[in-house]
Design a protein around this ligand. Structure first.
Ligand code: FCB
Length: 468
């Protein structure tokens, strides 16, 4: 089954090239090389220039919620250092930069009065990027919901979907003259499962019934924000909108009777529950049946909602980190496979190939962008102030190789973004996991390019995969 080696260890399947790769492995003309970040994870300046409070401020300041009590108060201080960070971005040759806007900087109370200083900040970001020839890819919502809206029920309140579309429209109006590429939601699955079921993320709720109500309203918010986008920028002009989903191909852990069925259902929970409403205008019947009383009633999922949710999008953002492996239980298998420093991140590049091909076949016609892919490993700054990170480099290399194979096999993949530009606030994990291709010394806020960044720079320069 999933067996091979990574760094000499016998592990889960790993597509280190079996046959020699002809380097540099060219990517199609127009393919975009990027890196990704999100607002709360890097900006800091939590109380600067009129920013309101988000659920992640509240959550991270609640004792016991994050590793070591870490918060995003300072993070990478990117709010004040963005220009130097963009110098780095430019030195890498990055062609696309995916970042998110902090809703509470724009609407400190979630709705109503607009905070001009917040808008000005993002205008400066966008203008600076464009001046450097870097395409901004703007995520509207990467988890930092205004606390004022959470106080009104957050995503469990249908009204919040409408507030989201209004917020989105403020940004379309302020930045849409020059910014053409947009994403509505980042990873509704993570909010559903970790924000509302396990409760290890903000808003820290542990209630499956409430989780799926919140999910429906997030998706409704996506649809309404997409409609608002279309009202300003008709489909077919240069403006593009989509959403980023974290998707995981699901594999059987064994051949036991019942495992194949468990794989199908788990696939519903990992993938179809998000893909089907967005791209087919329906919720997957098997998942709905499995959820039984936890699935929202007709009072929540109203006639017409799924039409709004499935408003046509221009591209699908794919965040790929790991496969999911299940037994008949259905039980997710962990502990048996090689992971990065994040224990959930089973390393399996073939999964990216399988996922991209599956999307191509099951959801045809939608251009694909990898909006996140990367891994944390132990990084140490050596005496020469260099960081040698062969495992991260191999992780990115092998995933790009899988992406290339998928393109050859017909996947309409147009963009790739490494997660992340900078080491940053990794949510409940605080600052322990370093996901950047740029190392951040948090004591001094100095940045150091890791070897993976130098290697990625060469990939971009050659517009193709180069030797690790
Ligand atoms: C994704 C998130 C991103 C980051 C990476 C490691 O789930 O979208 O913010 O935390 O994982």
């Amino acid at each position: 089954m999933l067996e091979t080696t990574f760094f000499g260890r016998s592990v889960n399947a790993h597509t280190r090239p079996a046959t020699a790769v002809a380097y540099p492995l060219q990517f199609p003309t127009g393919f975009l090389w990027g890196v990704a970040t999100s607002a709360y994870q890097i900006e800091g300046a939590a109380q600067t220039d009129g920013r309101g409070v988000s659920v992640w401020d509240t959550f991270s300041h609640t004792p016991g919620k994050t590793l070591g009590g870490a918060t995003g108060d300072v993070a990478d201080d990117h709010y004040h250092r963005y220009s130097a960070d963009f110098d780095l971005l430019q030195s890498l040759g990055a062609q696309s930069y995916r970042f998110s806007v902090a809703w509470p900087r724009i609407l400190p109370d979630g709705a109503g009065a607009i905070n001009q200083r917040g808008l000005d900040f993002y205008r400066r970001l966008v203008d600076d990027l464009l001046r450097r020839g870097i395409r901004p890819l703007i995520t509207l919502f990467h988890w930092d919901l205004p606390q004022a809206l959470q106080d009104q029920g957050g995503w469990e309140n249908r009204e919040v979907a409408y507030r989201f579309a209004e917020y989105a429209d403020v940004l379309y109006q302020a930045l849409g003259d020059v910014a053409t590429s947009w994403l509505t939601l980042n990873e509704p699955k993570t909010i559903t499962t970790m924000g509302y079921i396990s409760g290890v993320h903000a808003p820290g709720i542990q209630n499956p019934a409430r989780a799926y109500v919140a999910l429906h309203h997030m998706l409704l918010g996506h649809g309404l924000a997409t409609q608002a986008f279309r009202a300003r920028f008709p489909q077919g002009d240069a403006h593009q909108i989509g959403a980023s989903l974290n998707l995981s191909p699901v594999y059987p852990a064994d051949q036991a009777p019942g495992t194949a069925g468990a794989v199908t259902l788990q696939d519903g929970f990992e993938n179809r529950l998000y893909l089907d409403p967005l791209l087919r205008g329906s919720y997957p019947a098997d998942v709905v049946a499995a959820l039984g009383a936890h699935w929202p009633s007709a009072a929540t999922i109203r006639p017409g909602d799924l039409e709004i949710i499935s408003a046509p999008i221009d591209q699908l953002g794919v965040n790929y980190y790991n496969p999911v492996i299940v037994t008949a239980g259905p039980q997710m298998v962990t502990g048996r496979y090689l992971t990065s420093a994040a224990s959930w991140e089973i390393i399996y590049p073939q999964g990216l190939y399988d996922l991209l091909l599956r999307l191509t076949h099951d959801y045809p016609g939608i251009p694909l962008a990898i909006t996140e892919n990367g891994a944390p490993f132990e990084d140490t700054l050596d005496a020469q102030q260099a960081i040698d990170d062969p495992q991260r480099l191999a992780y990115i290399h092998d995933h790009l190789l899988a992406a290339h194979r998928a393109i050859q096999a017909g996947a309409p993949l147009r963009e790739y973004h490494v997660w992340s530009l900078l080491d940053n606030f990794e949510w409940a994990e605080g600052y322990d996991q370093r996901w950047g291709i740029v190392y951040v010394d948090y004591a001094t806020q100095r940045r150091y390019l890791k070897r993976s960044a130098l290697w990625y720079r060469e990939v971009i320069r050659q517009h193709g995969l180069v030797q690790p």
